[in-house]
Design a protein. Structure first.
Length: 267
């Protein structure tokens, strides 16, 4: 329900943007049909958004503009976590040849904040900004494991535990048990839960940590997770998986030390 202070024109403008993001481009008539609004209203919104620079117009069609890209990158580069994590992600990618990812949680989903790809990285269409359900990827579970049980339940109820593949966790008791193991082990590992043929290992980025094996959601602050993605065939090999786990845990420790003592917070 909209509050009394909500401006309908602003909320509708963002609805227009959301619809534009779902398509390559739209004409005013196409937008009007999708939103069930008058053609003149659709044209006014598109024309106004084009004037702001956030929407581009070409041959009567409208699409999101590159201003989103430039401002999105500004947002990422303002975050100290990105600057502290990037060198470690580059090192992992160079030394393992796999894809190294920095995940953060945003509005109940796991978001790729940055990625570095090695020479043998599997190409599954991952890019900064893409999101996935927290319960379907190791990077998300490494984060969830250090949330309170109430918050985990809240996210599960709000977002649901729908499967992405046949191997995804779909019930809260099973997820709770796995998160307990993740918290106790200090890492998460899975395969085929988000993409068939892809596996992941991840370590949490914890600050103000007393004892991560016994403290949950009290004096543990979780910033995100460091993840390595690779083909299922490689990650199912115990020796190789152990090697990757060592990489993400060492990287997480280095990132946290640099973050806490090299200047935390936004830059």
């Amino acid at each position: 329900m909209e509050s009394k202070s909500t401006l309908t024109t602003v909320t509708r403008a963002f609805t227009v943007l959301d619809i534009l993001w779902e398509h390559e481009s739209l004409t005013p008539k196409e937008l009007a049909n999708k939103m069930d609004i008058p053609l003149s209203t659709a044209h006014s919104y598109l024309h106004t958004l084009a004037e702001t620079g956030y929407v581009d117009r070409e041959k009567g069609r409208y699409k999101p503009g590159l201003l989103f890209f430039t401002n999105g990158n500004k947002l990422k580069h303002r975050e100290a976590l990105f600057h502290k994590a990037k060198p470690e992600l580059q090192r992992i990618a160079n030394e393992t040849g796999e894809a190294a990812v920095l995940h953060i949680e945003y509005k109940g989903k796991a978001v790729v904040f940055h990625i570095e790809e090695g020479s043998q990285a599997v190409d599954v269409g991952i890019y900064p900004g893409i999101s996935a359900p927290l319960h379907t990827i190791a990077g998300g579970k490494a984060i969830l494991a250090h949330y309170s049980q109430d918050r985990v339940r809240e996210i599960a109820e709000k977002r649901g535990l729908d499967p992405v593949t046949e191997h995804s966790i779909t019930d809260l008791p099973t997820l709770t048990d796995e998160l307990e193991a993740v918290r106790e082990n200090g890492y998460a590992a899975d395969w085929d839960e988000q993409v068939i043929g892809m596996g992941m290992v991840a370590a949490p980025l914890l600050i103000n940590k007393a004892d991560s094996n016994s403290v949950r959601g009290v004096d543990v602050d979780i910033l995100g997770s460091v993840t390595i993605n690779c083909p299922t065939g490689r990650i199912r090999e115990q020796e190789y998986r152990t090697k990757l786990i060592r990489y993400v845990r060492e990287a997480a420790d280095t990132i946290i030390v640099n973050y806490q003592y090299g200047g935390g917070g936004s830059t």
